[in-house]
Design a protein around this ligand. Structure first.
Ligand code: PLP
Length: 388
């Protein structure tokens, strides 16, 4: 199998499963109980919280565990809005993950106003547009750190300089970035940041929201006093421990992995551009792009058909975010970049991770080139194009 869909999810890193196992077996105690074995479980949660905090340059009491990126994003928006004394206006971007976008759509139905900032052809927000969009009643700005489809890394420091000048909290969905590029919440200047363990070699169903001390936010769930009264519900102990182990390994390996994976990305971009005609790279080049992300539109080809061809040969890729594949609507991200329907529907994302090597690029090219040729041979549009 050739797995090139690490933006959808990643396999567990070595050692993560072993770190989790005791908390699914003998260390099953409820961390809220008072006896000694339960206190040891509580200590494991505290240790994982410390690791996550250290990696992000946050304080441990600024890290709140959630069930993943979606919950962290939902909480940031709904919690900040409810707590805001400024008003009920949100600023976000047109290319957010549905974990943000659909929450904003829902909040519009509840009477909130939302400004969706446009992006340029490479997916970047213009800081001047953000400055102009903020109003006295703006409760929150939410701008993703890195895009899951095209890999664009936003200029977060320039954006936070603006939100901080206006005194508006800034949330960033950093689900695709954490574990892959160094992140320091102090340097970034954000008030909230969402992360999800399964994107960096941790288990699924566990994530966290960083909330800078003093940021007004209401709880999403009411119930027990877990997570310092901010997130009720018995903790996913094994998940939390697994997330701590995975972020620890990622942080230790980032100085090797970032250049290694970026080189794989750049080689695939070069090879596709050189060997397959009529292709368009979506998203930027270089260090403004996520290290593992490659996204191309193949003209005269349906992305879904190409995906099936690759699948039949054991290659896993994606036509967009995994959450929206299955729906044949063109990707809202690619449409926001200004691609027409043809290019948006002909797009494919390949995303590299820790398990990929140069040999995978060779294997992929051996499958991809004939698959594109075969599909184009069946395309009446391509036929017309050749006759021109
Ligand atoms: N935000 C982004 C940018 C994502 O890519 C994803 C998952 O694909 C999410 C949020 C949702 O995270 P989770 O799967 O942990 O709910």
């Amino acid at each position: 199998m050739l797995y090139l869909d690490n933006a959808a999810t990643t396999p567990l890193q070595h050692g993560v499963f072993e770190a989790m196992l005791p908390y699914l077996n003998e260390n099953f105690f409820n961390p809220s109980s008072v006896y000694k074995p339960a206190r040891q479980v509580r200590a494991a949660i505290d240790e994982a919280r410390q690791i996550v905090a250290d990696v992000l340059n946050a304080a441990p009491n600024e890290i709140f565990f959630t069930s993943g990126g979606t919950e962290a994003d939902n909480w940031a928006i709904k919690g900040a809005l409810e707590a805001s004394k400024r008003g009920r206006h949100i600023v976000t971007t047109a290319t957010e993950h549905h974990g943000i976008l659909y929450v904003c759509k829902h909040m519009e139905k509840q009477g909130c106003e939302v400004t969706y900032l446009p992006v340029d052809r490479e997916g970047f927000v213009n800081p001047q547009d953000l400055d102009a969009a903020i109003r006295p009643e703006t409760a929150l700005v939410s701008i993703m750190f890195a895009n899951n489809e095209v890999g664009t890394i936003q200029p977060m420091e320039a954006l936070s300089e603006i939100t901080n000048r206006h005194g508006v909290p800034l949330h960033t969905d950093a689900v695709q970035a954490v574990g892959h590029i160094p992140i320091d919440v102090e340097t970034l200047g954000v008030q909230m940041l969402a992360l999800s363990a399964h994107k960096f070699g941790g288990p699924k169903g566990i994530g966290a929201l960083y909330v800078k001390k003093g940021t007004p936010i209401f709880s999403l769930f009411q119930g027990g006093a877990q997570e310092r009264n901010r997130r009720a519900g018995t903790e996913n102990v094994a998940g939390i421990v697994g997330m701590g182990a995975a972020i620890d390994i990622s942080a230790k390996e980032i100085s090797c992995e970032l250049p290694r994976v970026s080189a794989l990305r750049d080689r695939l971009i070069r090879e596709i551009s050189e060997k397959i005609p009529h292709t368009v790279l979506n998203g930027p080049l270089g260090d403004k792009r996520l290290p593992g992300n490659v996204n191309f539109s193949f003209r005269f080809v349906e992305g879904e058909a190409l995906l099936l061809h690759l699948d039949m040969q054991g290659c896993c890729a994606s036509t967009g975010s995994a959450c929206s594949s299955g729906a044949l609507e063109p990707s809202h991200v690619l449409m926001s970049l200004g691609l027409g329907h043809e290019l948006a529907n002909g797009a494919l994302r390949f995303s590299f991770g820790a398990g990929n090597t140069e040999a995978d690029i060779e294997k992929l090219m051996q499958i991809l080139c004939p698959a594109v040729q075969k599909l184009r041979a069946l395309s009446p549009l391509y036929d017309d194009f050749l006759k021109q």
